[in-house]
Ligand binder design. Structure first.
Ligand SMILES: Nc1ncnc2c1ncn2[C@@H]1O[C@H](COP(=O)(O)OP(=O)(O)O)[C@@H](O)[C@H]1O
Ligand SMILES: [Mg+2]
Length: 327
């Protein structure tokens, strides 16, 4: 048996998964190698179809790899699936996987028994978990009446009931309203602070920014980048994004004039909103407030409605690294 105490929490070596769909062969994972230390929170990013869910499924023993190795806390996902399942919880977004006719408490008791937690422990653990994910008030209501956010928090509680060392989260905030998403992020942050190893897949760079210290990027099944969050954010090479809102039809003028302003490296039209106003994004290499003055002068006589400045960061880095493939 491996030396579990010193093993990485997650370890992949040449992991490959091929799907054959008729005559088509898809390399959903192609020779992926990385490892995650206990207590790390790592974000797994990639455009749709990059292979993120496949990776999560192989690690959680739901899919067999075609070749290569994967281990959780030193245990091989193919040869020791029971040991792996005892140490890992995977939470996939969405409606599936919960018993809607049961209450949250009953769901947790059921998943706890499946995870091999004894009755006596469950009597303590279930109320604790319900409180932790903020479902204590709704604990005895049927899950069918829950909001998406409540279901998602219950999914996480169900994952935690077996006291896992490693948590895999596949798009945990998808479909949640901003308040619910924020609450869930807070819960995940607590787990990370408490030393849980988390592999977080998300389309929402807000999740990544808040939670992860390291970013893995996959593209067509291949791991293309493995870097710190800070290095990832710096990839874009822009310090700020200036978003200019103008009346309909004025976007072209903004782009043309902005390109003549020194320091603005990219000027692009984002489109028109519901009120018929156009938005233009200007990316700035080195931010200084005087730029707004210069920009204001350049835009004299243009019907500017609003100018917002934000720090350029993950969105831009993601766009650069994925070469503009849509998320
Ligand atoms: N069961 C399957 N059969 C055939 N192809 C699949 C299957 N599951 C996933 N794929 C393909 O594998 C690739 C990776 O999919 P997935 O892991 O779901 O990507 P992501 O989660 O990053 O969006 C995609 O091209 C997808 O179409
Ligand atoms: Mg997916």
């Amino acid at each position: 048996m491996s030396n579990v105490a010193t093993s990485p929490a997650i370890e992949l070596c040449g992991l490959t998964r091929i799907f054959a769909a008729g005559s088509d062969v898809v390399r959903a994972l192609d020779d992926v190698t990385f490892s995650v230390a206990p207590g790390e929170c790592v974000a797994l990013l990639g455009v749709n179809g990059a292979g993120k869910t496949t990776l999560t499924k192989v690690l959680s023993t739901l899919l067999l790899p075609t070749s290569g190795k994967a281990r959780i806390a030193g245990f091989d996902v193919v040869e020791q699936p029971r040991e792996v399942r005892a140490r890992l919880a995977a939470v996939f977004g969405g409606e599936r996987g919960l018993y809607s006719m049961l209450t949250a408490r009953e769901n947790l008791e059921y998943f706890g028994m499946l995870a091999g937690v004894g009755r006596r422990d469950l009597r303590l653990r279930v109320p604790e978990l319900l409180a932790e994910v903020g479902l204590d008030d709704a604990a005895d209501r049927r899950v069918e009446g829950y909001s998406k956010g409540m279901k998602q928090r219950l999914h996480i509680a169900a994952g935690l009931v077996g006291d896992p060392e490693v948590l895999l989260l596949d798009e945990p905030t998808v479909g949640l309203d901003p308040t619910e998403a924020d609450r869930l992020r807070g819960k995940i942050a607590q787990l990370v602070d408490g030393g849980m190893t988390v592999l977080l897949t998300s389309h929402y760079l807000l999740d990544v920014e808040r939670l992860a210290a390291r970013v893995l990027l996959i593209d067509h099944g291949r791991l293309t980048h493995d870097m710190s969050l800070r290095a990832f954010a710096a990839v874009a090479g822009y310090e700020a994004a200036v978003i200019v809102s103008v009346g309909e039809g004025a976007a072209d003028v903004v782009v043309r004039r902005a390109r003549e302003v020194g320091g603005i490296v990219v000027a692009k039209i984002d489109g028109t909103d519901g009120d018929g106003n156009d938005h233009v994004t200007l990316l700035v290499e080195r931010w200084q407030p005087e730029l707004l003055v210069v920009l204001g002068q350049a835009l004299t006589a243009v019907p500017v409605l609003d100018i917002q400045v934000r720090a350029a960061g993950l969105e831009e880095a993601f766009a650069v690294l994925t070469k503009g493939q849509s998320v």
